[in-house]
Design a protein around this ligand. Structure first.
Ligand code: GTP
Length: 629
């Protein structure tokens, strides 16, 4: 199809306003998927037939959104990854290629949205008719507006009894200057008026201004790793054409590759014999090293260099956390998994790091806590590796008395009190959208809390929040040091504002008091624990508790805890060299002697088999989420 028959558009909205549902209806209407969500064959699926089948009285049963492909998306019911789907639609006798990108709604995934918008000329702005404009509606609208995209306004969920069509239209008019008569009223649930959206997309979204005859210029706007075929890049062809067998060069690395396969996402990969200017599709070049592909890169024909496209601003990480394998034996596997996952989530920043207690690992930067949680869940689900994440922290700036400026993202890098001149913390400009009656609650919330985590509850779930960073401000930042039997354990320590040190230190000690007995509590003998993990809990410290190495399995020594020798464990928190909280874990039962597992081989085997379970438990301990204390 010629470029003037192509429409590249995205769907943007606040979280849960119905983007993925509308995307499903569009794919059904165009015959790309059947109503049960399976991928249909391309070919003669006359759109008009589909349209009759999908009348607006046709209530479609709820089912998982087709474009929410990841397990984490289905489990959490949110989109975290933008997904592209190509479909074909005949309007007034002319066939069009529609490239639709479904985007995430949550602020933590806004990097995905901005990369996707670069491959579009238009966007469908969806607003939930019962909720009205929310914080991410505003943020996403302005992202699209800045990029000069044509906005197709849609009011969704008008089937709901609580739908307030007129109020929402008025909001959209006053906030976005959208004429009320331009707003399309739809229901993603019933399919009502979805066709109208497509008509508007075809009539109002401009075709990409692309020149097929010009030298190839393709923007890489997403990528992922395929076990067998290496890196798969999603591209928009700004100019030229691309065929299997072509030699491409990356403007970022100057490396060249041969195109093995290319095609469109329909909505899964469907090979074609060419991609042309204006189209969106995938390219496989047998690239094994993910470092060689960057989102924002430009591909051109080898030997025909072009001006590289501007690409994307790197994401600015807001929250940092240490990542370690539960068992060090998984280090290499985790390293490979991390490489691959970061390819698919370029908003994550990665730096190698070694923690005195937890061993070698990485320092990761995320756009927010949800982003961090989703990333670690994806590591576990998609790569089957259990990971430990340390307490998340923002990046503080510490000015030392020696005149140095340190960027400190982790408590173990926080300098000694005596060396600190002053600290600064990053600030954000927050936008809270809420019903008027909650203004008082919102104001006191802002005053009382340095964080924003409680907004939903304080406003009965109606307020929403968005932010942009606005630089650093001098602040009273302290390290709350956790000590087990007097030994500092940086892996458990946190950095926080002075006003919160006491409450956080106390809460951390209480959490640890609940956690440590679970770590060593066991029906029989020998808690099997990873040495690095144990070290993180003060093991190998001053000998108040003794560890015994019982053997080596896959280079991973197993260590048993002599409960007969366990004495009281003192958990303390200190800040500014003062103890601010203390809890005590009482000694454990002495009903099993160390001899039990001295040399008994069957006993050892039994314990070995329990190692797996132990690991699971360790993870559970990690997931008590110290970060949230
Ligand atoms: P994120 O991608 O996580 O931001 O969400 P989303 O905007 O893609 O929303 P999604 O399509 O997942 O829909 C959110 C919820 O609203 C789901 O439970 C849908 O079934 C429901 N929903 C979507 N459209 C309609 C509609 O037109 N009417 C009603 N009643 N419910 C709808």
């Amino acid at each position: 199809l010629e470029a003037d028959k192509v429409r590249n558009f995205s769907i943007i909205a606040h979280i849960d306003h119905g983007k993925s549902t509308i995307a499903d209806r569009i794919l059904e209407l165009t015959g790309t998927i059947s109503k049960t969500g399976s991928n249909k064959q391309v070919g003669a699926s006359p759109p008009t037939q589909m349209a009759t089948r999908l009348s607006h009285n046709d209530v479609i049963m709820a089912r998982p959104q087709v474009l929410d492909k990841l397990q984490v998306e289905r489990e959490r019911g949110i989109t975290v990854k933008a997904q592209t789907a190509t479909s074909f639609y005949t309007h007034e006798g002319v066939e069009y290629m529609l490239n639709l990108i479904d985007t995430p709604g949550h602020v933590d995934f806004s990097y995905e949205v901005s990369c996707s918008l670069a491959a579009c000329q238009g966007t469908i702005l969806v607003v939930d008719a019962a909720q009205g404009v929310q914080a991410q509606t505003l943020a996403n609208f302005f992202l699209a507006f800045e990029k000069d995209l044509t906005v197709i306004p849609v009011l969704n969920k008008i089937d709901l009894p609580g739908a307030e069509v007129e109020r929402c239209k008025a909001q959209m008019e006053s906030l976005f200057d959208i004429a009320p008569e331009d707003v399309i009223l739809v229901s993603g649930k019933t399919g009502l008026n979805i066709e109208q959206i497509l008509h508007h997309v075809i009539q109002r979204v401009p075709p990409p201004s692309a020149d097929r005859e010009a030298p190839l210029r393709a923007l890489v706007f997403d990528s992922w790793y395929d076990e067998y075929r290496g890196v798969i890049a999603l591209v928009e062809l700004m100019d030229g054409r691309m065929r299997p067998g072509d030699r491409l060069t990356s403007a970022a690395t100057n490396l060249s590759y041969e195109v093995q396969e290319l095609g469109v996402m329909y909505p899964e990969q469907r090979p074609t014999d060419g991609l042309y200017a204006g189209q969106v599709g995938y390219v496989v070049c047998n690239i094994k090293d993910r470092q060689e592909v960057r989102v924002g890169d430009t591909f051109y024909q080898r030997g025909k260099p072009v001006q590289a496209l501007p690409g994307f601003k790197p994401a600015k990480a807001m929250v940092f956390s240490g990542l370690y394998p539960v068992a060090q034996i998984d280090y290499e596997a985790l390293s490979a998994a991390l490489d691959r996952l970061v390819l698919n989530d370029p908003a994550v920043s990665v730096a190698r790091d070694v923690n005195a207690a937890l061993g070698p690992g990485w320092r990761l930067g995320f756009l927010g806590i949800l982003h961090m949680e989703v990333f670690s869940q994806r590591l576990e689900q998609e790569y089957d590796i259990q990971v430990l994440l340390t307490s998340p922290s923002v990046c503080f700036r510490v000015h030392t008395k020696q005149g140095e400026l340190l960027e400190v993202e982790s408590p173990d890098k926080f300098p000694a009190l005596a060396d600190i001149d002053f600290c600064e913390e990053p600030m954000v400009m927050g936008t809270i959208v809420h019903p008027q009656e909650y203004t008082g609650a919102m104001l006191s919330l802002c005053e009382d809390h340095r964080g924003v985590q409680k907004i939903k509850s304080a406003s009965s779930g109606y307020a929403t929040f968005d932010y942009e960073e606005i630089g650093y401000k001098v602040s009273d930042i302290v390290k709350v040091q956790i000590m087990l039997n007097g030994d500092p354990v940086d892996a458990l320590s946190i950095m926080t504002h002075g006003s919160r040190a006491f409450s956080k230190g106390k809460a951390l000690c209480q959490r640890l008091k609940e956690t440590i007995p679970r770590l060593v509590d066991r029906p029989n003998v020998g808690q099997w624990i990873d040495p690095h993990w144990w070290a993180g809990w003060g093991g190998g410290g001053r000998g108040t508790h003794q560890l015994e190495v019982l053997g080596s399995h896959d280079h991973n020594p197993h260590i048993a805890l002599h409960d007969s020798q366990l004495v009281e464990i003192a958990i303390q928190a200190s800040a500014k060299n003062k103890i601010i909280a203390r809890e005590t874990v009482r000694p454990f039962r002495k009903d099993v002697t160390a001899k039990c597992y001295g040399g008994d081989i069957t006993r050892k085997k039994k314990l070995l088999s329990r190692q797996k379970e132990g690991k699971k438990r360790m993870r559970a301990i990690n997931s008590i989420q110290l970060p949230k204390v």
